[in-house]
Design a protein around this ligand. Structure first.
Ligand SMILES: Cc1cc2nc3c(=O)[nH]c(=O)nc-3n(C[C@H](O)[C@H](O)[C@H](O)COP(=O)(O)O)c2cc1C
Length: 479
C-alpha cells in the first residue's frame, strides 16, 4: 500500500519567510501577519485542505551579516519584523478542530521549567494539537542580545538540548499522575498532592527540583519536531523527534538523509514508523503547466536577489557580499549557521558547484528548499517521486505568496493526491500525535525517550510527604 503523504504549511510570523521580495506582490497578504483574522482564516483554509499542521518557524535574532548590517534585511522584510510564533495559535485552535500547530522555540535561550508550562498551556488550549519544533539557533545576533558574549558552540548546544529535553520530559510525563486532579468539591480538594511529584533534577546545565506547574494535557509531551542538519543534529533528531524537518536539494540527497536518520534511530531503539520526515518545498501550481509557469514568472519578477543573499548569508554564516557572483560556493564549517546547508548546496549539481548567481536564480522563491512548478498532475507525480524515492513522508510547503500559494495547492493538487489515495479525505484522530503518526494514543510511544518518565515517580516522594501538621487544626475543628 502506498503511504499517506503528510502536508504541513510552512510559515513564520513575519512579512517574508522564504521568498525574499514577494511581499510587494499585490496578492501577497503576508504583511497582514499582525492581524488575528489573517491567521484564523489561514488555519481554516489549511483544515479544509486536510493539512496535518501549520509549521511556524521562528528566529530570535536578525539577519545582519550580509554587508555587515541588518539594513538589507530590514528594507526587504527578510524574517524581520518578526512576532512571537505561539501567541496566535490559541485563536487558530478556536476556529479549527483537527489542524496541528508546530511551534518553533530555540531552547538555547530558554528555561525548561517555563517552556514546559508554555507548551502544556498550548496543548490544553488546542486540545492536544501542538508540536514543539526544537531548534538550537544559529544567529550570532540572537546570542548577543540574549545575554551571551558569543553563541554557545555548536555541539555544546546539542548537549544542552539533550538535558533540556530530559527536564521537560520529567515535568510533562512524570510530575503529575493522570488522576492527580480530582476536583472534589465535597472535600475541597482540587488536586491530590500525593499524586504530584517533584522531579529533583540536578544536571550539568539545569536545576529543577520542583513540580510541573500544569496539570497533564492531552498529549502531555507535545509532538516533538526537530530541524537540525549536521551529524550531531541528526543524532539528536533520531533520538527525540517524531517529525524531522530536512531541506535536501534533490530527491537523491533526501534518500541519503532519510536512510541515515533511520540508521541512527535504530541505535536508540526507535523504528522508522515512530517518526515522520518532511522536506521543504515550494509548489507553484495552477490548472495547467503553462498557467503555473506564468504564475511562477510573475512571482519571480517581484523577488529580491539581495534579500535572498541576505537570508542565505544568515543561514550559512557566510557574507555573500564578499563573493563574486560566479564564485563557486565552499562548504565551510561555521558554528553560527545551519551547518549542513552549505554542504548540501555545494553538492546539489553533480557537474559543478553552485555560485551566488545560482542561489538567486534557483532559490529566489524557494529559499532553503527547491521549487516545483506545474499543473496538478505534474506536481502530484513529482511529490510522489520525492516520497517514494526519497524515503520521506511528506512536505513542509513554503509559500511565494500567502494565502495564494496554499489556496492553489488545496484547489489543484490536494484533489489529485486524494484521487491517488495519497492524502487524507478525513481526519481520523483527535490529537496531532494520533493524526500525524497514525497512532491510537495521544501519548508518546514506549520507545520515545520521554516514555521512560511515564509513571516514573509514582509511589516516590510527593508534595503530600512534605506537608506539616496544620497549625489551625484545632481552630477549624472548633468551628
Ligand atoms: C530545515 C531547517 C529549518 C530550520 N528552522 C529553524 C527555525 O525556524 N528557527 C531556528 O532558530 N532554527 C532553525 N533551524 C536551525 C536548526 O535548528 C539548528 O539550530 C541549526 O541548523 C544548527 O544545527 P545543525 O548544524 O545541526 O543544522 C532550521 C534548520 C533546518 C535544517
Amino acid at each position: 500500500m502506498k503511504s499517506r503523504i503528510i502536508l504541513n504549511a510552512f510559515d513564520m510570523n513575519c512579512p517574508t519567510h522564504q521568498a525574499a521580495g514577494t511581499w510587494r506582490h499585490p496578492d501577497n497578504q503576508a504583511w497582514r501577519y499582525k492581524d488575528l483574522e489573517y491567521w484564523t482564516d489561514l488555519a481554516k483554509l489549511l483544515e479544509r485542505g486536510y493539512f496535518d499542521s501549520l509549521f511556524m518557524a521562528d528566529v530570535v535574532g536578525v539577519y545582519d551579516n550580509y554587508r555587515g548590517s541588518a539594513e538589507v534585511s530590514l528594507a526587504d522584510a527578510d524574517q524581520v519584523p518578526v512576532n512571537d510564533p505561539a501567541i496566535q495559535v490559541s485563536a487558530m485552535a478556536a476556529v479549527t478542530k483537527h489542524l496541528g500547530f508546530g511551534v518553533t522555540c530555540s531552547l538555547t535561550y530558554e528555561k525548561p521549567y517555563l517552556l514546559a508550562r508554555r507548551y502544556s498551556t498550548l496543548d490544553h488550549l488546542t486540545k492536544g494539537r501542538v508540536a514543539w519544533n526544537v531548534v538550537t539557533s544559529y544567529l550570532y545576533s540572537a546570542a548577543i542580545n540574549l545575554g551571551l558574549d558569543k553563541p554557545v558552540p555548536h555541539d555544546e548546544r546539542y548537549n544542552l538540548a539533550d538535558e533540556f529535553l530530559d527536564v521537560t520530559y520529567k515535568l510533562w510525563e512524570g510530575s503529575w499522575e493522570d488522576d492527580a486532579v480530582i476536583r472534589d468539591r465535597e472535600r475541597g480538594i482540587f488536586t491530590d498532592g500525593a499524586k504530584v511529584h517533584p522531579i529533583r533534577h540536578k544536571g550539568q546545565y539545569y536545576s529543577v527540583p520542583g513540580i510541573h506547574l500544569c496539570e497533564p494535557s492531552p498529549q502531555r509531551t507535545p509532538v516533538i519536531f526537530q530541524a537540525g542538519a549536521s551529524g550531531r543534529g541528526r543524532e539528536f533528531a533520531a533520538k527525540h523527534a517524531e517529525g524531522i524537518f530536512i531541506q535536501p536539494g534533490t530527491v537523491e540527497q533526501a534518500r541519503e538523509v532519510t536512510d541515515d536518520l533511520a540508521k541512527r534511530a535504530m541505535q536508540f531503539g526507535r523504528t522508522r514508523d515512530k517518526f515522520k520526515i518532511f522536506t521543504l518545498l515550494t509548489v507553484i501550481t495552477a490548472e495547467t503547466d503553462e498557467a503555473a509557469q506564468k504564475k511562477y514568472e510573475g512571482y519571480l519578477s517581484y523577488s529580491s536577489g539581495e534579500g535572498m543573499l541576505s537570508l542565505f548569508s544568515g543561514w550559512t554564516g557566510v557574507d555573500f557580499s564578499k563573493y563574486d557572483p560566479d564564485q563557486p560556493l565552499e562548504a565551510v564549517n561555521n558554528d553560527n549557521s545551519i551547518r549542513a546547508l552549505l554542504e548540501l548546496l555545494v553538492k546539489i549539481d553533480p557537474n559543478r558547484r553552485w555560485t551566488p548567481r545560482d542561489i538567486i536564480k534557483h532559490r529566489s522563491i524557494g529559499g532553503l528548499g527547491p521549487v516545483l512548478v506545474g499543473g496538478p498532475k505534474k506536481i502530484a507525480d513529482e511529490l510522489e517521486r520525492w516520497v517514494d524515492e526519497g524515503g520521506i513522508d511528506g512536505f513542509n510547503l513554503a509559500y511565494a505568496i500567502t494565502p495564494g500559494t496554499f489556496e492553489d495547492f488545496i484547489e489543484h493538487v490536494v484533489p489529485e493526491l486524494q484521487r491517488r489515495g495519497r492524502v487524507r479525505t478525513a481526519y481520523e484522530g483527535n490529537t496531532l500525535r494520533e493524526n500525524l503518526l497514525d497512532s491510537d494514543s495521544p501519548r508518546v510511544d514506549d520507545t520515545h525517550p520521554a516514555a521512560r518518565y511515564r509513571g516514573a515517580y509514582t509511589g516516590a516522594e510527593s508534595v503530600a510527604d512534605s506537608t506539616g501538621p496544620s497549625p489551625f487544626a484545632s481552630l477549624i475543628a472548633a468551628e
